[in-house]
Design a protein. Structure first.
Lengths: 451, 474
């Protein structure tokens, strides 16, 4: 499973306000939010149009929280959560879901790890009891560890090592981030993954897999009061763990350089580049800045109507593809990215220069009122289109709550987007998109090596 | 949106999120019918599995209306007024098998041009109006059909349908957009020409399909796309975009009377009859081994066995068998033997590939290169055991339950997904009541029928391809 683009995520986020409607039941589609006695937070997103429910548990633990030298343990642990517990044999949970036609999976990112099932509402309590069980009762043997470690090593070879773009991205991240833990890949560095062991896994489990470090999200055809009763009967039985310290991680020092990372590879035949900047996330930004960065990304490079696409692909005809995006939903400072690849006789340097020129134009002249209105309209449209996708709704609440936000942040987001002015967009472009403090990755064909 | 514009080499991915492999939630209707099946965007869960858990309500929940316009254009409609959006999906028979020899990639290029000018509107004017109308339009070419789709806001449906009418009936094929989209496609072809997987897949198609049109790359080649002219595009459009090869499904906030009018508006101006080139059925060339040598950290393995026709009496027996063999996300035999017990791979699965003129069962996995020969042997052993003994009664019972229950979650989880599913049901001639009949069709399959299907599909020597360092002899 991969996360959706930030733009869509943000767009979905805004749907919270529009979910209520005549088609919905007595709870009026209102999102419920409460705490169990053991500290587990619960969000219920009623959606009664279909007898389906998406059940997710988000742990506020991601790869950026890993101990030094243990990269990959968060993701490895996600895999281990599918093994036997003291109450259920390995595979029993998967089979229980499969038997009712449900689906399940899990994912790990920098700031969180989440487990999810989509089933009929009558199976909700069963899902909760399995999920509550594996929160504390896993049996981790050396044999289980060894086999599953081989699986994640294959996953790394498959997703990263076999793919020159992924190899480059990994090292660009390690260059963009000099101090903040986002410099370390979620899947981990190979030599550290190879050494992950039972002791590491047990310590990680005992520290982080606790109800007071988890958020339960239930979206679908459910009544919040019933969800509360069921949650108390299942998750409520799990003992609260020791209080975890605040998630204060090392942050970036001031950047004073322009950094470049280059990979030449025999498998590449068209060169490409991406440039990234460290920018605030929704969690770290001053009011309005992250919203302005979202709209800047849309206007500069959000799609085929964006400035980059229209200028480089359509008018100048020098790029095969180009765009920009902002990853706002992160616990710590995040990145803003532009990218492009040449077409025809154009050189990579032509494309890069043209991208830079478009950024300079926004820094100098800002964006037009028409562009801003259309960008906002595209967000609003996406909200309407997205109104009923319950697993997306669950994802956006989960990600927000796991990165320092709360339910109100989700609900107020559309209004904050509407308030963004053209001047604010110009201001964030001028403040953050400075070429002499950027990090650029180049992916080049082999014959260009040494250029 | 045109995916090719967004997924160029070097497009950075968003922050990675690592998970177990996603569930292979493909419907058995039209599974792997090319990109046509992949549209799974927004959402509407309103009909869901109601008709499965509460059969008495089935008729109301899955109330598909057959709508016929005054000009004789048919569509399947599911009305849902709870959300103010409308999704339409349609397909014209034909697809990339209709690309003329030497003009391979023609229909793929054409699908990039429908929002690049139509009627009186040039590219810029058309796209501005589409954006203002708040509609999203997309076309994509598959092997056996050319698909189109649109999502629109109900209160702007007049403007949206009118743009769709222009695109479908009066595309301009202006030279500047042709040249631009062509050069984007060309960039994509060049960008992947040294990618081991692309190189290998080209060889694979040639090996298993021989000279059949299925062996040709959908995007065409550098040489073939260079030759395509505006006149070629116009001729192809005229021959393929005609009413007797059209299948339409609509889901959302629109009633039958309004839809009838819109069907006539959008499609009424098209010619009556398609002029298609006949395409022969073909058997896969099995019993061969391809080794594509590259110095890679992993070896990819791919196996082709015979498949099953959608209208064959043993179709569901084969689907159930495939599900048990390698279709289940975390529960299949291949998953258990290759990944769970031995940690040899991150993903391993089997799929039934269902084209109109050819069918296959394809197994894929990727494994560390020094153990590729071992993995190859294990896959063969699992297949051999299934061919010889079939599944157990317990496996079959559990899989029937899964398949009956999973249909809605897998195929009907958004308005676009529902529209897509309804188009595939029409292509497969399954009837408007198929969803009501489906559970009984699955539950009626006997263990002996599944064993027979296993023996039939899995006994022949497969075609096998490995991509990676030279395989060590086992």
């Amino acid at each position: 499973m991969t996360l959706h683009t930030e733009w869509l995520r943000r767009a979905l986020l805004a749907t919270a306000l529009t979910m209520a409607g005549p088609a919905l039941a007595a709870d009026d589609g209102k999102v419920a939010n409460f705490l169990l006695d053991n500290g587990m937070e619960v969000v219920v997103i009623p959606d009664h149009r279909a007898p389906i429910v998406t059940h997710m548990v988000w742990y506020k633990i991601g790869s950026a929280d890993e101990p030094a030298g243990k990269s990959g343990i968060a993701h490895f642990f996600e895999h281990l959560m599918f093994k036997a517990t003291t109450n259920h044999a390995a595979g029993e949970f998967d089979r229980a879901i499969s038997d009712i036609g449900g689906s399940n999976n899990a994912f790990t990112s920098y700031d969180y790890t989440a487990f999810h099932e989509t089933v009929t509402p009558s199976a909700l309590e069963l899902m909760m009891s399995f999920e509550a069980d594996r929160m504390r009762n896993l049996i981790l043997t050396d044999e289980v560890i060894k086999t599953e470690r081989d699986v994640i090593l294959e996953e790394r070879r498959s997703r990263i090592d076999s793919n020159p773009e992924a190899v480059l991205d990994e090292e660009v991240d390690a260059t963009l981030w000099q101090n903040q833990p986002y410099r370390i890949p979620v899947i981990g560095w190979m030599q550290e993954m190879e050494q992950l062991n039972r002791t590491d896994a047990v310590a990680f489990y005992d520290k982080y897999y606790r109800p007071n470090n988890a958020v339960l999200i239930v979206a679908g055809d459910v009544d919040p009061d019933i969800v509360k009763t069921l949650a108390e009967r299942t998750y409520g039985k799990v003992a609260r763990g020791p209080d975890l310290p605040p998630r204060i991680r090392p942050v970036e020092p001031e950047q004073n350089t322009r950094r470049t990372v280059t990979l030449t590879d025999a498998r590449v035949s068209v060169p490409s580049f991406s440039t990234q900047w460290v920018v605030p996330s929704y969690h770290t930004a001053k009011p309005g800045e992250a919203e302005a960065l979202d709209l800047l990304g849309e206007i500069l490079g959000g799609g085929t109507r964006s400035r980059l696409y229209q200028q480089l692909v359509v008018k100048q005809g020098i790029a095969s593809g180009t765009g920009a995006f902002f990853q706002g939903t992160m616990l710590d400072a995040t990145n803003f990215t532009v990218y492009g690849a040449p077409r025809g006789d154009a050189k990579l340097s032509d494309v890069e220069a043209a991208v830079d020129a478009e950024i300079a134009r926004i820094v100098k002249d800002g964006v037009t009122a028409d562009e801003l209105e259309k960008a906002k309209a595209r967000y609003i449209r996406a909200l309407i289109f997205a109104r009923d996708k319950q697993d997306e709704m669950a994802n956006l609440y989960g990600a927000e709550l796991a990165t320092g936000g709360n339910v109100r942040d989700v609900e107020e987001w559309p209004d904050r987007i509407r308030k963004v002015t053209a001047d604010e967009i110009k201001a964030v472009a001028a403040r953050y998109l400075l070429l002499d403090r950027s990090t650029t990755g180049y992916l080049l064909p082999q014959q260009q090596a040494g250029n | 949106m045109k995916d090719r514009r967004r997924r160029q080499a070097g497009t950075p991915l968003i922050r990675p999120s690592f998970a177990r492999p996603p569930s292979p939630t493909r419907g058995e209707g039209g599974a792997w019918r090319g990109e046509g099946k992949a549209l799974r965007a927004s959402a509407t869960l309103f009909l869901s599995i109601l008709f499965l858990v509460l059969p008495a309500l089935a008729a109301r929940a899955m109330d598909i209306q057959q709508v016929t316009s005054s000009k004789g254009i048919n569509a399947w409609l599911v009305e849902d007024h709870s959300i103010p959006i409308i999704a339409i999906r349609f397909v014209f028979d034909g697809g990339s098998t209709q690309d003329p020899a030497g003009r391979e990639g023609l229909v793929n290029l054409m699908t990039g041009l429908f929002d690049e000018g139509a009627g009186d509107l040039d590219s810029e004017a058309f796209q501005t109006r589409l954006d203002d109308a708040g509609a999203e339009m997309g076309f994509d070419a598959a092997r056996d059909g050319t698909y189109g789709s649109m999502r629109m806001l109900a209160d702007q449906k007049d403007a949206a349908f009118d743009l769709l009418r222009l695109a479908v009936t009066s595309p301009r094929f202006d030279q500047a957009p042709i040249d631009r989209i062509r050069s984007q496609i060309l960039s994509g072809i060049i960008a992947s020409e040294r990618d081991p997987n692309t190189v290998a897949q080209t060889k694979w198609l040639r090996a298993i399909y021989g000279d059949h049109p299925y062996s040709r790359p959908d995007q065409g080649t550098k040489d073939s796309i260079a030759t395509i002219t505006a006149a070629d595009l116009a001729a192809f459009h005229k021959a393929n975009f005609a009413r007797n090869g059209l299948h339409v499904a609509v889901v959302g906030d629109i009633d039958a009377a309004t839809l009838k009018q819109k069907l006539d508006d959008v499609f009424g101006g098209l010619p009556e009859k398609q002029l298609l080139q006949p395409v022969a059925d073909t058997e896969l060339k099995l019993g061969q081994q391809l080794e594509v040598d590259y110095d890679l950290p992993q070896t990819s393995l791919q196996f082709a066995y015979p498949g099953v026709k959608r209208d064959a009496p043993d179709f569901f027996a084969a689907v159930l068998m495939n599900q048990i063999l390698g279709g289940g996300t975390f529960t299949s035999r291949l998953y258990d033997e290759v990944r769970e017990k031995r940690g040899l791979a991150y993903s391993v699965d089997s799929n039934l590939v269902d084209h109109q003129h050819s069918n296959a069962l394809i197994i894929t996995t990727a494994t560390r290169s020094d153990r590729a020969a071992e993995t190859l042997g294990i896959v063969k052993d699992v297949v051999k055991k299934m061919a010889g003994e079939g599944p157990t009664e317990a496996e079959l019972d559990a899989t029937k339950k899964y398949m009956v229950g999973a249909y809605a979650i897998s195929n009907l989880d958004s308005s676009s997904a529902i529209a897509s599913t309804l188009v595939e049901l029409q292509l497969d001639n399954l009837g408007i009541d198929y969803m009501q009949r489906r559970a009984a069709l699955i539950n009626g399959v006997t263990l002996d029928q599944v064993k027979a299907a296993a023996k039939k599909l899995l006994t022949p020597e497969p075609a096998i391809m490995s991509i990676g360092p030279k395989l060590e002899a086992k």
